[in-house]
Write a protein that binds this ligand. Structure first.
Ligand SMILES: [Mn+2]
Length: 324
């Protein structure tokens, strides 16, 4: 659908609606959270009040950004649901799912190639770096680019491009960033407050993750494991354990980085990353019921942990061998 028609239709419906709610995926990252906040700001500029619904209160990682914003946790009756940065319904918080069942209008705005087009109105741009960048182009004609809005969009783009280094950082991304920076907000100060003040728990988890790294397939696969006891002993949350994920594929000869994380007992989240042009980690993730992007994907390990992890390593090895 033409982006102008989609945006106009969304605004028209929201203006008349009895209640509008916005949601991102569970365990929100900066792109999910910032695209919610950006959407809320854009709607508000268009005279529309919208709530943001979260599964649970955000952890302290997001304090600098989200401290002054209010979020909703209890399902209410909303006529319109807008989901952002969420590839499929099972990634939506449970409270949002119950809103979805009763919503008269649903909109899905995303940048995951694997998006399941689960809403009545879907706007998915798989080539674009982040949901925040998608939102920028989608509503360009309908917003006033304030510093507040620019900061949200900047943070989402910054994080989903790994600080403007991943291949999803295109010429247009920089044009978009230039317009954001032009508003005059202090990007350095923003990044300093959001990312360059790591908690001790985060440092402790990074240390443990480094110690856990094992190599397979002659060093082509690197696996890190953060177990529940690591979380417990470090008093860390999921976000404080994320550094290792992007680090693994930067090690020489590593083609696929596999970061396993067990934030709750027997709940094994796996992040797959590659920096190779000829490897598609979303294909590996798909095989295990997960999904995501070509270079960054995720899945959940089911059943016996060691067996499931071995199967994942074996399949990854097979995928790499097939390529060479
Ligand atoms: Mn994203």
């Amino acid at each position: 659908m033409n982006n102008n028609i989609f945006a106009k239709n969304l605004l028209k419906i929201c203006k008349k609606a009895q209640g509008v709610v916005i949601s991102g995926h569970i365990n929100p990252d900066y792109d999910a959270l910032c695209s919610c906040l950006a959407m809320q700001e854009i709607l508000s500029q268009n005279g529309i009040k919208a709530d943001i619904m979260l599964e649970q209160p955000l952890d302290s990682t997001f304090d600098y950004l989200s401290g002054k914003y209010k979020f909703i946790y209890e399902p209410q009756n909303y006529e319109v649901l807008i989901t952002v940065d969420t590839a499929e319904p099972k990634l939506l918080p449970a409270n949002v799912m119950s809103v979805k069942e009763n919503a008269k209008f649903t909109f899905n705005i995303d940048h995951h190639q694997s998006n399941k087009m689960y809403a009545q109105n879907n706007y998915v741009q798989g080539e674009i770096s982040s949901a925040c960048e998608v939102i920028y182009y989608l509503f360009e004609k309908n917003f006033n680019l304030t510093q507040t809005l620019a900061q949200f969009l900047y943070l989402g783009i910054y994080t989903d491009t790994g600080g403007f280094i991943y291949s999803n950082t295109k010429e247009n991304t920089f044009k978009c960033l230039a317009n954001l920076i032009k508003t005059g907000f202090d990007a350095d100060d923003l990044l300093l407050k959001c990312f360059r003040n790591k908690s001790l728990a985060s440092f402790e988890m990074t240390k443990r993750a480094f110690n856990s790294i094992k190599f397979y397939a002659n060093g082509a696969i690197a696996v890190s494991q953060l177990r529940y006891e690591d979380y417990e002993q470090s008093k860390a949350n999921l976000n404080e354990a994320k550094f290792i994920v992007s680090y693994l594929p930067t090690i020489q000869n590593v083609k696929v980085g596999i970061a396993v994380s067990e934030p709750k007992p027997n709940d094994f989240h796996v992040s797959l990353r590659t920096a190779c042009n000829d490897v598609n980690v979303s294909e590996i993730a798909k095989q295990f019921g997960g999904g995501g992007h070509i270079r960054a994907s995720g899945l959940t390990l089911k059943g016996d942990y060691q067996k499931a992890l071995n199967a994942l390593i074996k399949f990854t090895k097979y995928t790499l061998e097939k390529k060479s």
